[in-house]
Design a binder for this molecule. Structure first.
Ligand code: 4NP
Length: 181
């Protein structure tokens, strides 16, 4: 019945999972995580159930495309890493997003330090919490590194995004199939 489908669409819009990936500059790790998560969600036909974004702690690169090295390494794996950098805004981003995923402990300290309530602080999680195949406690900053550092960042980001999506599906925070087609 068409009404049921409309209802489901409305619920899906209301219950959209809103994920924000954070790193220091929003030109290497978080725009990569943003692109990886978007592709995983798209490949599983879950696009309509998610809103995915990324932001940086600093304002140095605002408006710039991601670092060309991350664009290249991402493209080699089939990701379009093309989000123009923006700065995290505590005043609106804590309200707008359900989960704020940070790449390292410095990110965690700074972002939780901007939370105004415990509820806001509780939205902040570490990418490393979702690793299933790596023992690292962070996604290290590849900015001052070389090719291997960018590849490692992508390996860790893929591991974390898979773990995060698995958790959302198993918690029933998103439907394991698309109800919109
Ligand atoms: P990201 O890497 O945090 O992964 O985007 C960095 C990019 C730029 C700078 C630091 C980290 N920076 O200092 O300009």
């Amino acid at each position: 019945h068409p009404t049921n489908k409309i209802e489901r669409n409305m619920n899906a819009t209301k219950d959209k999972k809103k994920l924000l990936f954070i790193c220091l500059g929003n030109i290497c790790r978080s725009p990569a995580a943003h692109a990886v998560m978007q592709k995983m969600v798209d490949d599983r036909h879950l696009t309509a159930q998610f809103e995915i974004d990324s932001a940086g702690i600093g304002d140095w690169h605002v408006g710039e495309l991601p670092d060309r090295r991350m664009r290249k390494h991402g493209e080699l794996r089939g990701y379009r890493v093309n989000h123009p950098a923006r700065q995290f805004k505590a005043a609106s981003d804590f309200d707008r997003f359900d989960r704020i995923i940070v790449m390292d402990e410095e990110n965690y300290r700074i972002i939780t330090g901007q939370a105004r309530t415990q509820k806001e602080a509780d939205k902040v999680v570490r990418m490393a919490d979702y690793f299933r195949h790596h023992a690292s406690a962070t996604v290290p900053d590849p900015y001052y590194g070389g090719d291997r550092d960018f590849e490692l960042a992508l390996d860790l980001i893929e591991d974390g995004c898979e773990g995060l999506l698995e958790e959302l599906v198993s918690n029933r925070e998103c439907e394991p199939f698309d109800t919109h087609h």
